[in-house]
Ligand binder design. Structure first.
Ligand SMILES: *[C@@H]1O[C@H](CO)[C@@H](O)[C@H](O)[C@H]1NC(C)=O
Ligand SMILES: *[C@@H]1O[C@H](CO)[C@@H](O)[C@H](O)[C@H]1NC(C)=O
Length: 439
């Protein structure tokens, strides 16, 4: 009770006495602004209800999922372990905290904060990630009991993951959610490929690697934004809030704080990361935009080759759903952010009328391309084919929510023939080798 009261009071103080943008994050929604480090629980649809359509029966499902919440990559663990303790010391030794933004409670948390992750644990699936996959499977099974048999059979199910611990473990916990942990140990998986043509097609696309992924010019909008007025104000703001003189914390520090805030929020449902308290909601939105920009120009609508090359995955989906074979009934692939985003863009989902640029932060406040929502850990896209009399129709789910594809803006179920017509290029003109050739 006391905690609640304190929270309400501080929120009221903060909102009405000061500008709300100056407030620290306690009591403010910031969890859905953590870009690609957002935990799945923030965006998932937690309903267990069956999805039924009158006169239709589900026949098959194709699912592409990003692995669950993981550890940071090697270099980021090193940075977090070396720079953040320095920043912590700077704040605690400064003697000017607490102040009206950083309160005693935040300082206590910061005091207790430590980070001693072994860099060898980089990119590993975490406990939260295991749970994300487990409950995703449970909910999908209860929505589509006709498809997700509780008894495992190697013919009804096809699972596949990429060559990585996080996707392998994600696949395992997904099957544990379907069949229980004991049976999950016996599930058969094909050997993972380093460059899987369906699960991670972009590893095989030289042109994309050359023109986009490894081309600094492809990311110029990020650089424009990161040296622009919004980011400058954010850096100034953070230093000011911490009573630090002359912008001691620089862009990389503020970005690092945002990463730690994001990861700790993803890892721990119950406790707050002290690093989130350092950032106001406005700061977080600016940092989120910088990441949205990066993924927009790397894995999204920024360059045509990026989303065009997803046709093999799209074709795999259509071929499976329209095939007359009754088995397998379920295909589930465990992969990465890069695949999910390129697939979403290939489908034409979450497309804004203008490009995201380094200069249009203000007008993009309501943008559709928000990685926090569309590319959280565990993000997934699923297609279910229903037999409706003599017709086949497709239901599309993203994060377990029904979404409508461009060919069917007015109905949840889309005629398979309309999908085929609308995306005919992806089916008939999918010459991956030639589109990915470096000119
Ligand atoms: C979750 O999905 C169901 C369909 O299964 C839908 O009716 C419901 O509106 C969704 N919930 C949210 C919060 O979007
Ligand atoms: C499962 O099926 C695949 C073909 O889809 C086959 O290659 C594999 O050997 C089977 N595994 C077992 C354990 O039966």
């Amino acid at each position: 009770m006391q905690v609640t009261l304190e929270l309400i009071l501080s929120v009221l103080m903060c909102c009405f006495v000061r500008f709300s943008s100056q407030c620290s994050n306690y009591g403010y929604p910031f969890e859905n602004h953590l870009a690609t480090i957002t935990p799945y629980r923030i965006v998932s649809n937690k309903s267990f209800e069956r999805i039924n359509f009158e006169g239709c029966t589900p026949k098959k499902i194709w699912l592409m999922a990003r692995h669950g919440t993981r550890n940071p990559k090697y270099s980021l663990i090193e940075q977090m372990g070396s720079r953040l303790p320095q920043i912590k010391k700077l704040l605690l030794d400064g003697g000017s905290l607490p102040n009206e933004f950083i309160r005693n409670r935040d300082l206590d948390l910061l005091n207790k904060w430590k980070f001693n992750m072994d860099p060898d644990k980089h990119n590993k699936l975490t406990h939260e990630g295991e749970e994300e996959m487990l409950v995703l499977a449970e909910r999908m099974q209860s929505r589509f009991p006709q498809l997700f048999d509780e008894v495992y059979s190697n013919t009804s199910y096809k699972f596949k993951y990429t060559h990585s611990q996080r996707t392998q473990k994600s696949a395992y916990y997904f099957t544990a959610g379907l069949f229980g942990k004991a049976t999950a140990k016996d599930v058969w998986f094909p050997d993972p490929l380093k460059k899987d043509p369906i699960l991670r097609f972009y590893k095989l696309c030289d042109r994309w690697n050359f023109e986009v992924k490894k081309n600094p010019a492809a990311q110029q909008e990020v650089r424009i934004f990161e040296s622009g007025p919004e980011m400058e104000a954010t850096i100034r703001d953070v230093n000011k809030r911490l009573n630090l003189k002359e912008n001691i914390l620089e862009l990389d520090d503020v970005k690092l704080i945002y990463e730690m805030c994001s990861f700790e929020t993803a890892w721990n449902k119950k406790s707050k990361s002290p690093w989130c308290a350092v950032l106001s909601q406005d700061n977080i939105k600016v940092l989120e935009y910088a990441k949205d920009l990066r993924y927009y120009w790397q894995d999204g609508y920024g360059h045509e080759i990026t989303y065009k090359q997803a046709c093999p995955a799209f074709r795999d989906m259509i071929n499976f759903l329209q095939s007359k074979n009754r088995f397998p009934r379920v295909i589930a692939y465990f992969t990465h952010s890069g695949t999910i985003l390129k697939l979403l863009a290939h489908l034409g989902l979450y497309k804004d009328s203008e490009h995201l640029t380094g200069k249009n932060y203000d007008s993009m406040g309501d943008r559709q391309w928000r990685t926090s929502l569309i590319d959280a850990f565990g993000s997934n896209v699923a297609f279910v084919v229903y037999g409706c009399g003599s017709e086949d129709k497709i239901l599309t789910l993203h994060q377990e929510n029904i979404v409508r594809l461009p060919p069917c803006p007015d109905t949840d179920l889309c005629d398979l023939s309309l999908v085929r017509d609308y995306y005919f290029q992806s089916l008939d003109k999918c010459d991956f080798t030639s589109m990915c050739r470096v000119h």
